[in-house]
Design a protein around this ligand. Structure first.
Ligand SMILES: Cc1cc2nc3c(=O)[nH]c(=O)nc-3n(C[C@H](O)[C@H](O)[C@H](O)COP(=O)(O)OP(=O)(O)OC[C@H]3O[C@@H](n4cnc5c(N)ncnc54)[C@H](O)[C@@H]3O)c2cc1C
Length: 382
């Protein structure tokens, strides 16, 4: 089915992203899955072909084009090559963390950080979640107490993507613990200072190449010059950026579901049982017919969300709808895909098995399905 809103320049970019994925991601996936993190060179390679900073101003080396369809193309190509989880850190940087810098940096901060981020020399992470607060962002306990021209930060973060590789971490802290959400601020923590430490890589069920770890702050001194946006406005800045984060996961889930469907069609043509291809049994044909229908309907909604976002009109509710529905769809599709593969679907070397374990997290991170339904439900005036 034809995509909505993708022009010739997007398709040209898609070609270069496809080459990048083939040359710089696919050959390393197994190594990275073994070591539990991607190499830093991946970010430099992505920076060199302009993947990391499409939306960043040209004066900092970016593309100067604020069009999320380019970001979507990276996720789609990673999914098509069965390396979505190996590329997750790139998406985290380009789709989720970089916008915090682009929209909230002072000119001095932008000049200090953006060139290295866009070129891939500096790796970004976004640290909101804590051991005691995930869905309830306002419940974070990490504090930042002002002392002269520094904040003294104490606390910890967990489940942080890019945590081991990161150089700059956009971190949610409480600058006024008595003020609830109005006491939350964002600091850019430059890693390496005394009082900053990282935990070991977390032993996840899937997404083995994605770098995920805990972070600890023990009397860490962060210059006031690293405050991102206004003090006390951090919660509202996060809420604003969450719509794009959710759109990013929506794109990934839909691309992964599409890829799973394609893998299954191939498989059921080649595998025989009772003297015929397993795809020729009516039950399996119907399963695949349902998968195709649902993926294409999801794709149409995703393309509309992308266009709406390009126009600056994407709402939190629309993003939440896309996020919960496509991530749940992806799980249905990959689960059926495993069943269609029989025992081979349970073997880690098969892409459908990896898609099954890697996609499970999608209904949880970037806001759970239940939190998405809360956002939508609250908008109904009930
Ligand atoms: C691999 C991975 C990568 C991640 N990357 C990052 C990252 O880079 N940065 C970052 O900050 N975080 C990251 N996270 C954290 C992720 O965003 C949180 O895990 C997620 O928001 C859920 O929070 P929680 O784990 O504390 O679960 P909880 O908030 O404790 O939720 C537990 C259950 O309670 C339900 N629940 C909670 N509130 C409600 C409610 N109001 N109504 C109904 N049900 C509710 C939830 O839906 C869920 O089912 C990552 C997590 C993982 C596993």
């Amino acid at each position: 089915m034809e995509r909505l809103g993708f022009e010739a320049e997007h398709e040209a970019f898609r070609e270069s992203v496809r080459r990048f994925v083939t040359e710089h991601v696919v050959p390393h996936r197994e190594d990275w899955e073994r070591t539990g993190r991607v190499g830093r060179g991946l970010f430099r390679a992505a920076g060199a072909v302009g993947i990391l900073g499409v939306a960043a101003p040209e004066e900092y080396g970016g593309g100067g084009v604020d069009d999320f369809r380019y970001n979507a193309i990276l996720s789609e190509e990673l999914a098509t090559a069965d390396v979505l989880s190996a590329g997750l850190g790139l998406s985290l940087q380009a789709d989720i963390a970089l916008p915090y810098l682009l929209h909230n940096c002072t000119p001095e901060q932008a000049a200090r950080w953006l060139p290295a981020v866009v070129s891939g020399e500096a790796i970004l992470a976004l640290a909101m979640s804590e051991p005691g607060a995930g869905s309830d962002v306002a419940g974070i306990a990490t504090t930042a107490a002002r002392q002269g021209d520094h904040y003294v930060v104490n606390g910890s973060k967990t489940f942080i993507t890019n945590a081991l590789n990161a150089d700059l971490i956009v971190t949610a802290v409480k600058t006024d613990p008595s003020a609830g959400r109005k006491g939350i601020s964002l600091l850019v923590i430059e890693t390496g200072a005394a009082g900053f430490s990282r935990g070991p890589k977390l032993a996840k069920v899937g997404q083995h190449a994605a770098d995920t770890a805990e972070l600890f702050f023990d009397d860490l001194r962060v210059p006031v010059a690293n405050l991102l946006g206004e003090e006390g406005r951090g919660f509202y800045v996060m809420m604003k950026h969450l719509a794009q984060e959710r759109l990013a996961v929506t794109v990934q889930a839909t691309a992964q579901a599409r890829r799973a469907f394609e893998i299954c069609v191939e498989y059921v043509k080649g595998r025989h049982a009772f003297g015929q291809p397993i795809g020729s049994f009516q039950h399996n044909r119907f399963l695949l017919a349902e998968m195709k229908t649902e993926v294409e309907i999801a794709q149409t909604y995703v393309d509309r969300l992308l266009l709406s976002h390009v126009r600056g009109e994407l709402t939190a509710v629309e993003a939440a709808q896309g996020k919960w529905w496509t991530t749940e769809l992806c799980q249905r599709v990959v689960d059926r895909g495993v069943q269609l593969h029989g025992g081979y679907g349970y073997m880690a070397e098969y892409p459908i098995a990896r898609a099954w374990i890697d996609s499970r997290i999608q209904t949880i991170y970037a806001g759970t399905t239940e939190v998405m339904k809360e956002i939508i439900g609250r908008s109904l005036g009930l």
